[in-house]
Design a protein around this ligand. Structure first.
Ligand code: AMP
Ligand code: ZN
Length: 285
């Protein structure tokens, strides 16, 4: 039973990598590893499949949760002889996420999950580019993608979803390292089942940022609906991918990515969100 599940799970991930041309054996892949089940499984599988890969962990400096996550990633990479890079938010910005969001919540009207997402994307891209990576792999799974698509829809901005998909940023400016999601078609519950079956060292506590967010409500609702229609999540994602293909046919989407005037990183606006955050916390750290 376990063996059949493991084979099917691994086959599903291989199929996603091949069907969507996520990565090749001659490319350097940086796996963004939080210590949670999704990114640890991604790290484990890309290593098992023989890709040229290294791990990158961002220390968000959120007390005990961050140090536990860091220990998990360190132990996993040590055991599996995977090279690990660590970037600490306190070293880059001089403050923790909690401190930064306590300031930006009023000045920029951005909440902690938003700040966390912006800074993670910014630091991952910057460090991966420094490491001369061809691709950044993240642990996003099918459930995450469904939540992202629906959240953008509910916010009344479906165009934000044009940045989603199993592979993104492939033709954008050179400063942007393309991102891949090998677990794109695997359900969250199966990722956990796989991690447990393989006895992978994972940090099972959720990010303190995610508690109470709108995402949690959508997650619950989707799991309820899934009981009535097993393929509901795949169907949402596949419909979205068809829609995205049509939408981008006549759009030069990639040209929308410019360079931030302050830091030179890729940005849609003149000043990127990360720089707006840095400006807001200036003189306060
Ligand atoms: P999240 O935004 O927390 O749902 O995480 C989505 C993906 O981003 C994870 O699967 C990881 O690949 C990556 N990620 C999240 N947090 C970190 C972190 N602290 N360090 C490195 N990668 C991370
Ligand atoms: Zn910037």
């Amino acid at each position: 039973m376990n063996n059949t599940f493991i084979k099917k799970f691994e086959g599903n991930v291989k199929k996603t990598i091949n069907n969507y041309h996520l990565c090749a054996k001659n490319e350097k892949i940086i796996v963004a590893c939080s210590g949670g089940k999704d990114s640890t499984v991604t790290l484990y599988l890309l290593h098992k499949f023989g890709y040229n890969m290294e791990a990158l962990h961002l220390n968000l400096c959120m007390g005990g949760w961050s140090s536990e996550s860091l220990d998990c990633v360190k132990e996993f990479c040590n055991e599996n002889k995977i090279k690990l890079h660590i970037v600490s938010l306190r070293e880059v910005l001089g403050a923790s996420i909690c401190f930064i969001s306590s300031i930006t919540e009023t000045t920029l009207k951005m909440n902690q999950p938003a700040i966390c997402g912006i800074l993670k994307r910014y630091m991952l891209n910057k460090k991966s580019r420094m490491l001369k990576a061809d691709k950044i792999a993240t642990g996003h799974n099918l459930d995450d993608e469904v939540q992202n698509i629906l959240m953008n829809f509910f916010k009344g901005n479906p165009y934000l979803s044009l940045n989603l998909g199993p592979i993104t940023g492939i033709n954008s400016n050179k400063k942007f390292v393309p991102r891949i999601k090998p677990l794109y078609f695997t359900k969250e519950k199966d990722v956990l089942k796989y991690a447990l079956a393989k006895k992978l060292k994972i940090c099972s506590k959720a990010c303190p940022c995610s508690i109470g967010s709108f995402r949690v409500d959508i997650r619950k609702k989707m799991n309820e609906l899934e009981k009535k229609n097993k393929r509901i999540k795949e169907n949402i994602v596949l419909s979205f991918l068809k829609f995205k293909k049509e939408m981008t046919k006549n759009m030069e989407l990639e040209n929308e990515t410019n360079i931030c005037k302050m830091c030179g990183e890729p940005s849609r606006k003149d000043i990127c969100n990360a720089c707006r955050i840095v400006e807001a916390i200036k003189n306060k750290v």
